[in-house]
Every structure is written in C-alpha cells, then in structure tokens.
Design a protein. Sequence first.
Length: 192
Amino acid sequence: MTTIYKNKNESSWSKYVLFISFSENINKQINDWQTTLNKMVFDEQIKTGSFHGRFPIDDNRRSRMQGLLEKGIMRPYYGATSANACSYTLQVSPPTCIVGVEHEIVEKKVSYEDSVVILETDESVMDDDLKKGFIIEEQGYRALQEWKNSNAQDEFTSRYIYKFSPSSIGLAITIIDASTKEQIDISDYDNW
C-alpha cells in the first residue's frame, strides 16, 4: 500500500509537509524494471563507450565501472548530475493510485496500480521512513497552495499528478493539473 503522510502540525512544516512512500511491492517492481534498463545502458557503455552516442565514458571511467561491477555494483553513467535516469509520478484516486516511472534515457515508461492511504500525522511518526520516499517541504507546499490551479479539496484526487525527478544535486518536483495540463515547478532550488 502506498502511503501519503500529511503533516498536520504546521509549526513543524520545515521538516516536511507531505511525504509519499511507495509500498514495498511497488518499490520492488520499480527496482526490477529499472535494473533491466540500467543493465542495458551499462552494457552498451562498457562495450561502445556511450549509450546511443550519449553519455560518453572514457577508458578511466570504463575501468572504474568494470571495477564496481566486479564488486556486484552496476552503475551506468548518466552525466555529472544524475545518478538516476528515472522520474516518478503519483496520481491519487482513493482507494487506489497510479505510480508511474519514466526512464528518460531509454525513453520507456511503466505504471503500476496500488492501494493508497492518506494519513494526517506529525513529524515524529516519520523519522524512520524519511529515507524511503519523496518529501514536499514547506516552501514547495506553500507555492503549490498559491498556484492558480490549486484546490485544497482536490489535493489527493486524480486531478493532480505529482512528479518527482531525483538527481545527485536535488529533487525536482512538478505538479501537473491533469484536466488543464498546466503545471507548476515547486522544487527548492535554493537548497540544491
């Protein structure tokens, strides 16, 4: 079950306002799917020195990648700022949600349906889980509230698609209004 935690204690919003945690089952399916595509990219980079001419690797990097592989770590090269070539979406329609994943380099997408629960809580509940999901902090949440397409009653309905694009320097967060296709970027670039 995918869980969305909403911090009901506004005085602690500096830690998080929304926290989205995909279920173990969904995380495993995503990981298996990503691993297959990452292996395809990795194998081509080792063999040809790039992936379809993109993300070239020199002999030095190729040697490091092969060394990591010998230790059981397969890590394709996606550029200086991206350790992960995927973006993730969540569209909630209680009692279910659709979790989408797009591998932007291989240009493939997949989606999974999961049950969803929305819990109002405070930050003390979250300490153990914060490493396993996506966080929307106060600055981004306030920007979302001020957006012309924002409607608090629709916050957890199919109207909005939450998109998360992690990189090695920060997390890009975009909210898309599914009915109008308009979107807002609520990423906290100041803290990257």
